[in-house]
Design a protein around this ligand. Structure first.
Ligand code: C5P
Length: 319
């Protein structure tokens, strides 16, 4: 049985990946670029409900608010949007769609269904123009990694992809988060373009995720996974899913756990083939997907047919 089939059923292991991906994983583990040292415990047998409660307990959306150095000294408390991301929209959205960029969404005809949600989250440079039938056309929030801000090829300042939406950027700091060090040497410089953009477009909500939030999510995945996961930050997809679970009452995620359309085509908008995009090499993607599968409340039929997962918002009261 294929890895994707195992994902649907909820039992995967890195041993099911191709030798090439296993080798790539091992190389990332030995490189340990972000100097991850996990000291927490593991509890890999939680029921879906308890897992959801864990999530609620562990996940606090945090963005840079200018209250800590070096950002406090740089006057960021006046630079960041006046309202925090979790308060930005007043009340919760009733329904939200998270649209991953996977090639498998091509020929899905999911566009109308996706657009029917109150809010839609997209990632990085994923376009809607020309792909409306499959991915829809509405975008409420866009999560972007630091490469989008730093690499001129993405034309961050001029492209319409990054206008009229809420922007949420992130960059992996070392695991033992030191904001000074991170500020001096991020993976890609997101700080300079952020400051510039905030000064010119102060009315557009634009946040940088706190690196502690990113690593909190990583800890959550490792705590709930038997195998040792890659010591690298979770994918934008996982970050986005958890973010929307806080902002929405109900979340539909599309083509994160691949449907029967699964393909090695990395992105629906690019002619580039690599199974690592779907199953992970750098990011602990396989384990993220396993975790999301465990809290899926949708049917296996919708998983196979639409690549659709249904998640509740992180509960306010129950836990
Ligand atoms: O590649 P990029 O990070 O821009 O894609 C957005 C997110 O969509 C990824 O972080 C990942 O979670 C998800 N994705 C996926 N399978 C793919 C491509 C993307 O699950 N083939």
């Amino acid at each position: 049985k294929s890895v994707v089939h195992r994902l649907w059923k909820g039992s995967v292991s890195a041993r099911m990946l191709s030798p090439r991906l296993q080798k790539a994983m091992k190389d990332y583990v030995s490189a340990n670029k972000h100097r991850v040292a996990y000291r927490g415990h593991r509890d890999t047998q939680l029921s879906p409900k308890d897992l959801l409660c864990e999530l609620k307990k562990q996940v606090r959306i945090r963005t840079l608010d200018g209250s800590e150095p070096p950002f406090s000294r740089l006057g960021w408390n006046r630079l960041v949007p006046p309202r925090t991301l979790d308060r930005l929209y007043g009340s919760r959205f009733r329904t939200c769609a998270v649209v991953t960029s996977a090639g498998a969404i091509l020929n899905s005809s999911l566009g109308k269904e996706i657009d029917s949600h109150e809010a839609v989250l997209r990632f990085n440079s994923a376009p809607t123009e020309g792909y409306e039938k499959d991915v829809g056309s509405k975008t409420t929030i866009r999560i972007i990694n630091s490469q989008i801000l730093a690499n001129p090829k993405h034309q961050f300042n001029t492209s319409s992809l990054y206008k009229h939406v809420t922007l949420v950027a992130w960059d992996p700091a070392p695991y033992a988060v030191n904001l000074w060090k991170w500020y001096k040497s991020p993976d890609y410089d997101l700080f300079t373009p952020y400051v510039e953009h905030r000064k010119k477009n102060s009315s557009q909500p634009f946040y940088i995720l706190h690196p502690k939030f990113i690593w909190q999510l990583w800890d959550l995945i490792q705590r709930n996974t038997h195998e040792n996961i890659q010591p690298n930050p979770p994918s934008s997809g996982f970050i986005g899913i958890l973010l929307m679970m806080v902002l929405c009452e109900k979340v539909h995620v599309y083509e994160y756990i691949p449907s029967e359309r699964h393909t090695d085509l990395c992105h629906y908008h690019e002619q580039y083939y690599d199974a690592a995009c779907t199953l992970g090499a750098y990011h602990p993607l396989l384990y993220e997907k396993m975790l999301v599968q465990r809290i899926n409340r949708g049917s296996e039929y919708n998983l196979r047919r639409k690549g659709r997962v249904t998640l509740p918002g992180t509960p306010r009261r129950i836990c």
